[in-house]
Design a protein around this ligand. Structure first.
Ligand code: TRP
Length: 450
């Protein structure tokens, strides 16, 4: 069965695909924007804590379920269910995940579209086509609608044609390039006035802010978003993974790569904010909210590139081109969730499923573009801060309480001889059944009552 569904040919391929899903706009756009709105270092530390204590165990839950059941989330959870109630809950969680990820894709494609448009801005400025460059750089409904269409078309094309291999090969080469580029940009920012203060804001936490409920929920949402959790993406990728792989090891590599990317992006953006402040640019309004809101990085980075003189346009081109690739390897992992479900459940042709579902998501994206001010933040908060962690809660319950623990161990032992004596097995089962669900609930209880 696994062969018919397709399988990653190597650990490296899986690692690249899974990191490709994890690393994307969440790291370079979401994390720095969140950190900038939530007190910098206080956010970074809460985020790091939650990423390793809650998101990594939840990632393991999804990967193990996926590899064991070799199915999409809905069928997978139904397969693990032991009675009519858990079967219903499983179906509900699977379908809610599918809906959540489709909504996530609808806002993700808007930001992905911005990356395409800024990439074209860099190309047209290099060619001296100033009018075109200005059009690509100006935030407007027609521009944003056009690039939602372009970004979704690319996503649909990759998912329907199954040219994922090609994309993965590219991103294998291009992701290291993105790291190098980020490092160079960080070095450049550090030479500018105001950067040291930014570095302090990013690394020295004001612990009085850590306790604020808004901050913890944002950090939890960010951690789940960045690792693509709760919606069945990682479950699907786990279902394509060969039984010879060591799951806890692979999972921890993905978590570390993903967190590393976010950390680096923050190291660039937060000091860049302070450089802009030192230059008299208004970043925060009187209430302390970001003036640019979700547009922070596309208002901040282009002016940083401009300050570099001649090379600036080349750097911008490289940066936005790499961002387009990074967002595509994430968006295809989103569209894959409803497509895999439809193909496996209704035996629909893959390309037809990708086109129909992708077009529906595009329509929702366009609605968001036309009602950006009222709907965008609402959909982001609803899906990433509420839906994802709460669905993660149910995945934890399925692995921790419904699935027989010996079966879980058996799955883990494939590709990991001696798993039963490992530190992972000493900690994780208790963790996923008790600590994760309670901690996720605690965050919401705190939010509701304080
Ligand atoms: N994790 C990706 C990022 O950081 C986005 C992503 C891909 C995602 N698949 C997902 C987010 C599924 C939520 C759910 O950009």
């Amino acid at each position: 069965m696994s062969t018919a569904r397709g399988e990653f040919s190597s650990r490296f391929g899986f690692l690249m695909a899974t990191s490709g899903s994890a690393i994307g706009l969440g790291n370079i756009w979401g994390f720095p924007t969140n950190a900038a709105s939530n007190g910098g270092a206080a956010f970074l530390f809460t985020y790091l804590l939650l990423a390793f204590s809650l998101a990594y165990p939840a990632l393991m839950a999804e990967l193990i379920i996926g590899r064991h059941t070799r199915a999409n989330a809905v069928s997978a959870l139904r397969q693990l269910a032991t009675g009519p109630v858990s079967k219903k809950v499983g179906t509900g969680v699977g379908l809610a995940g599918l809906l959540t990820v489709s909504l996530i894709l609808s806002f993700y494609s808007i930001i992905g579209g911005w990356m395409v448009s800024w990439m074209l801005e860099a190309i047209t400025s290099l060619l001296g086509l100033d009018a075109a460059a200005l059009w690509f750089a100006t935030d407007a409904v027609p521009r944003n609608s056009l690039f939602v269409l372009v970004f979704m078309a690319l996503t649909i094309y990759v998912v329907s044609a199954g040219v994922r291999d090609g994309i993965e090969k590219w991103s294998t080469r291009l992701m290291p390039a993105l790291v190098v580029l980020l490092l160079l940009l960080i070095l450049y920012v550090f030479t500018l006035e105001g950067a040291t203060e930014g570095l302090r804001a990013y690394l020295v936490p004001d612990f009085s802010r850590v306790a604020s409920p808004g901050l913890i929920v944002s950090a939890l949402g960010q951690a789940f978003f960045s690792l693509s959790l709760g919606v069945g993406t990682m479950l699907i990728y786990g279902s394509y993974l060969s039984s010879e792989e060591n799951l806890p090891l692979t999972g921890s590599m993905v978590s570390m790569l993903d967190t590393g990317f976010s950390f680096l992006a923050g190291l660039l953006i937060i000091p860049a904010i302070y450089v802009a402040l030192a230059n008299g640019v208004q970043i925060y309004d009187d209430s302390g909210a970001l003036v640019a809101g979700p547009g922070l990085i596309v208002s901040l980075l282009p002016s940083l590139f401009d300050s570099m003189g001649m090379v600036g346009a080349l750097v911008a081109l490289a940066f936005f081109a790499l961002m387009v690739i990074a967002s595509l390897t994430s968006s295809i992992s989103m569209l894959e969730v409803p497509v895999a479900y439809t193909v496996e459940t209704f035996k629909t042709q893959r390309s037809r499923a990708a086109i129909v579902i992708g077009s529906t998501v595009t329509v929702v994206s366009l609605i968001l573009v036309f009602n950006f001010a009222t709907l965008f933040d609402f959909v982001v908060t609803l899906t990433t801060e509420y839906s994802q962690p709460l669905l993660g809660f149910f995945f934890a319950i399925f692995v921790g309480w419904i699935w027989n623990r010996n079966e879980v161990l058996k799955e883990l032992q494939k590709g990991y001889a001696g798993a039963e004596h490992s530190l992972f097995w000493k900690i994780w089962p208790f963790y996923i059944s008790v600590v994760c669900p309670l901690a996720i609930l605690a965050v919401y209880v705190q939010l509701i009552f304080f």
